[in-house]
Write a protein of this length. Structure first.
Ligand code: APR
Length: 232
């Protein structure tokens, strides 16, 4: 693995998945110890589950909030946030809902799958809600259940967010993917978009997957180990 001279690139995108937060102690979704091996997403992470039993789904997300708040960003998150301060264009495009990049200090973060720290009312919009427990389960204005503002299984992604992400990925000349299994679309298509638009593409993931052949370079170590070395 060589180091990357960030000054050689005009626009850098860090494309992150659950593996980015693994060394902070936030479990990934798939594989051993993954969230979806412990909890059936059909019961906790889809609109149908919420319609059936909103309280059960909200309590599950409160557990997730508690476990994320017990974790802290690691050195890899810090490397990305520090690079943003000294480079004119560093953008994080993340599938993560945990807010770890922002806690490390990153400002330019596109959240593809929403946020664990927001809820939305079908009539009154989106509210920030940052605590271990949700401030309210129901909208104080209309009494509707407040749904976590997260992309669940079967949901459409916010088209504006996808468009924004696609534009920055097309424009970047360095694309660094970190800790994603590359199975959830449309995010899984982003490395191909970056490659087709001429970016140098690096994958950081201890395990290869079906998307690995798209990258110019793959580094088979963890985010917290690789990022400080890569940008030393
Ligand atoms: N550093 C880098 N990569 C890691 C690390 C680490 N320390 N630990 C694990 N990984 C890798 C795994 O090898 C795996 O490829 O991170 C990846 C995690 O994959 P997933 O759990 O599938 O997470 P992700 O790709 O982000 O999932 C996509 O699926 O259910 C949804 O909405 C959820 O945003 C999520 C989406």
């Amino acid at each position: 693995m060589t180091t990357i001279k960030s000054d050689n690139y005009k626009s850098i995108v860090f494309f992150t998945g659950a593996g980015m937060s693994a060394e902070s102690g936030v479990p990934t979704y798939r594989g051993r110890g993954g969230i979806w091996s412990q909890y059936k997403w059909e019961e906790y992470a889809c609109q149908e589950a919420f319609d059936r039993d909103p309280e059960k789904v909200l309590k599950f997300h409160e557990l997730r909030r508690q476990s994320v708040l017990a974790c802290a960003p690691h050195v890899g998150h810090t490397v990305i946030a520090e690079l943003e301060k000294k480079h004119p264009r560093v953008i994080v495009v993340s599938q993560n809902i945990d807010g770890m990049h922002q806690r490390a200090g990153s400002k330019q973060v596109i959240e593809l799958h929403g946020s664990l720290w927001r809820v939305r009312c079908p009539s009154h919009g989106i509210f920030q809600d940052m605590g271990e427990k949700f401030e309210n389960y129901k909208c104080t204005q209309c009494g509707s259940w407040l749904r976590p503002d997260i992309t669940w299984f079967g949901d459409m992604l916010d088209q504006d967010v996808i468009t924004e992400a696609t534009i920055v990925i097309r424009q970047c000349d360095l694309f660094i993917s970190i800790g994603t299994s590359g199975v959830v679309w449309p995010a899984a298509g982003f490395p191909k978009v970056a490659r087709e638009h001429g970016a140098y593409c690096v994958e950081i993931n201890p395990e290869p997957n079906e998307m690995s052949s798209l990258y110019n370079e793959s580094v088979r170590e963890t985010a917290g180990v690789v990022l400080p070395r890569l940008f030393a």
